[in-house]
Design a protein around this ligand. Sequence first.
Ligand code: GAL
Length: 499
Amino acid sequence: MNWTSVLLLALSTLAVSIYVDEPLLYDTFPPDFMWATATSAYQIEGGWDADGKGLSIYDVWMNDSNHVTDGTSGKVACNSYYFYEKDIEALRSLGVSYYRFSISWARVLPDGIGRINQPGIDYYKRLIAALKAANIQPMVTLYHWDLPQALELMGGWLNPSIADWFEEYARLCYTEFGNDVKYWITINEPWVIAYQGYGSGNTAPGTYGPGTFTYQAGHHIILAHAKAYRAYETQFKPTQQGKVGITVNINWYDPKDDQLENIEAAERALQFLGGWIANPIYGSGDYPDVMKQKVGDKSAQQGFNQSRLPEFTAEQKILVRGSADFFGLNYYTSYLTANKIQDISIIDYGYDQDIESYSDPTCYQSSFDWLTITPFGMRKTLQWIKDRFNDPEIIITENGISDRAGNLDDVMRVYYYKHNINSMLKAIKDGVRVTGYAAWSLMDNFEWGNGFTQKFGLFSIDFTTSDLNRTTKASARYYAKLVNDNGFMADQPCNNSPI
Ligand code: GAL
């Protein structure tokens, strides 16, 4: 090999391994595209024991300051229970047409089932009325992780009865709010609930069972979702005319190279993460074949007399299959993936996959180690969902980036939104049916185990003051311009950037 070919080889290796921005597409979104921002009850509301609210598993979990890096909790958070008008003012300045927020189950049903707490219902009625008065439509998540503690004491997501408990709660919400809410998301990110809540146990309720409880919780989540969907479909949809979906979190997984075993590993990672929840609901009515095979084989080798992955009965498959009007996607980031046969003695959903994955070190890094800036993954994930799950309507229910500094001149967040939203636009032009987009998040808020140290907001909040005013960041101005233009204008200097 001569020096020229060595140089060419080195350059070509660089070309594949270094992430380079794709050129922006200057075009617009469909005229009725839904622009939104997202939040969740525990992360913003505060009022943790106000007016008869019951305890949730996060009220209990965050009471232990060891569970939060900065020792804080969501007891007050952005105080939206009292300051929701400030949120609406911020939303108004963005010009968005939708706001995705979640209902705290224990605020409306303090014990999870049974007794209704009227002041809790009244709070969400006030919020919805004020949103509508501002011409902003509510997009409501029924469950964003804050299970009533009373239900956790009965086993939480490990108790099969939770499908009925959740249906009762969903019916109450449809009855009380359904005349004004046309988009319902049953459950946010089943993966986090099942694996982190009941698997690794590193978030509430902190139950450990990574290769067993994970799958059982996931199973009950899918059934609970399906029951809530069918309740709406048969009893409420004919008059209320809304749509019900579920939000699945999917990161993109690229193979680390073009070896077949790594290409298969990347698909397997996607199936274990996204297909686990999406295939029963949007696909065949059952878990992905690759999951059934991997978990089944490993369970047998490990001495279990049946697979650790539960089975759906024929009746349940009918209940679950097709139980959604749209696909809610939370997309944040991408990873590189390789095949790796894992230690069979470890009983864990993560190990069941026989993969290893890592962030591409050439991509920009956020303040979270799991979150690098990989806009290309947005377009690929959307196409993957279209191809695998029968071309559903898709709403991006979360997408965003964190920093620790919280600066108002948040140039990295502008970059993230510009390129991710542009990647989504390309997917739409490719024919993927994306109808809405919610930026995570409206404002800096309580980022679970990271307390107030990780900031995702378009608006900043000084959490040391009691007025907790929402202050516009550069990214909010950028997003407002994009929303107002309904796309990317070629004649704008600096690609729509205000900075
Ligand atoms: C999502 C979650 C949000 C928010 C976000 C940023 O998984 O639904 O509540 O915390 O991650 O980490």
